[in-house]
Design a protein around this ligand. Structure first.
Ligand SMILES: Cc1cc2nc3c(=O)[nH]c(=O)nc-3n(C[C@H](O)[C@H](O)[C@H](O)COP(=O)(O)OP(=O)(O)OC[C@H]3O[C@@H](n4cnc5c(N)ncnc54)[C@H](O)[C@@H]3O)c2cc1C
Length: 330
């Protein structure tokens, strides 16, 4: 039996595995995605790359800063901007001095870089179906029926999905933990990628933020330094995302065209894709960086709903969860 299983190889799961492996623990990470990263996601479109999950990251805490400094020294992370203009092409950039970082090769590369930094058994394309407390530790079963056993467990999927995995394994949580997890709520987001035949006309630094609009974010991945061709990433606000979550790609683009077109006049759309994020950002989170359940074997819930609704929040949550498991196994 291994020491720890981590469900989810997004930012929080990778950080938890980082701490556990550094403490000499045997760790297996399981993720249903085709690669590590979760919402740190970069997709190929045409001959280019584009970020269709997190667009940038910020740094507030020294624990995360240590990682970012190391990436900067290796030429991997770089400052993209210090703020965004709102919606008008004439609007001056709202620089607030707070650096927004991008990652060479896209945010998916950030996750891959983290995963390359430690020795753990990382398995992608593995969808966990249930989680059960066995006699000697946790028993996790995936959708192919394969079984994984561990002394401790870190769960990083969005809270409703984690709850379902426990329920499907017949594992009941105490009322307090169950209620805390049930209160966590997320906003959906529709993310469009649009490959253009020539550059769009976005103001510096190649992105705009438009709170309250259907298209709440519009950015050019080439201006960010991620793609070789002009590829726009657009994100829709929560209300539009909820209303049109199941609409066809064609309908979504048709409804949004008048919002992004002013920034890409005369450009031809070469290719367009839509990614639907059901759980994009927590709107109601938990007040601590991770949540330990009073179960017979260590079980910690982690993710951006615990550490804060951003890349850094997920990282801090994962670091916290990893350390709590190290302490519990001691
Ligand atoms: C469109 C969008 C834009 C964003 N923009 C920004 C931004 O600009 N700046 C910023 O700081 N943050 C941004 N964020 C938020 C940021 O991406 C997240 O806060 C962070 O990446 C969350 O990491 P996590 O590890 O908590 O969760 P996730 O990355 O979601 O990781 C959870 C993992 O669990 C896996 N999983 C789930 N269920 C199962 C299962 N049954 N079996 C196996 N694996 C499973 C998933 O595949 C996933 O990889 C954005 C998010 C989205 C969606």
């Amino acid at each position: 039996m291994i020491d720890a299983l981590v469900i989810g190889a997004g930012m929080s799961g990778l950080m938890a595995a980082h701490v556990l492996t550094r403490a000499g623990r045997s760790v297996t990470l399981l993720d249903k995605g085709r690669s590590v990263g979760g919402r740190l996601a970069t997709r190929r479109i045409g001959e280019s790359l584009a970020d269709h999950g997190a667009q940038f990251f910020t740094v507030r805490d020294p624990a995360f800063e240590t990682f970012v400094t190391a990436w900067r020294e290796r030429g991997l992370a770089y400052v993209w901007a210090h703020g965004w203009s709102r919606s008008s092409l004439d609007d001056a950039r709202r620089a607030d001095g707070h650096p927004r970082y991008a990652f060479k090769g896209g945010m998916g590369r950030l996750a891959a870089t983290l995963a390359e930094g430690f020795t753990a058994d990382i398995r992608v394309n593995v969808q966990v179906a249930s989680v059960t407390a066995g006699k000697h530790g946790w028993r996790v079963v995936d959708t192919s029926g394969a079984e994984y056993k561990a002394r401790a467990l870190v769960m990083t999927p969005p809270a409703p999905q984690s709850l379902k995995l426990l329920q499907d394994g017949g594992t009941s949580l105490d009322c307090t933990t169950h209620e805390a997890l049930s209160r966590i709520d997320y906003a959906p987001c529709l993310c469009g990628l649009i490959l253009l035949d020539k550059p769009a006309q976005l103001p510096e630094p190649g992105a705009i933020q438009r709170p309250g609009h259907r298209v709440s974010w519009l950015a050019d991945n080439r201006r960010k330094g991620v793609s070789t061709q002009p590829v726009l990433t657009l994100q829709t606000g929560p209300a539009f995302s909820r209303e049109h979550f199941n609409s066809s790609d064609a309908d979504i683009f048709a409804l949004l065209e008048e919002e992004w077109r002013p920034y890409a006049r005369g450009c031809r759309v070469v290719e367009a894709q839509v990614k639907r994020w059901q759980y994009s950002l927590p709107i109601t989170g938990y007040h601590e960086r991770s949540l330990a359940a009073p179960t017979p074997f260590p079980l910690i819930f982690a993710g951006d709903a615990f550490g804060g609704p951003r890349v850094e929040g997920a990282a801090l949550s994962g670091l916290d969860a990893g350390q709590r498991i190290v302490d519990a196994l001691r």
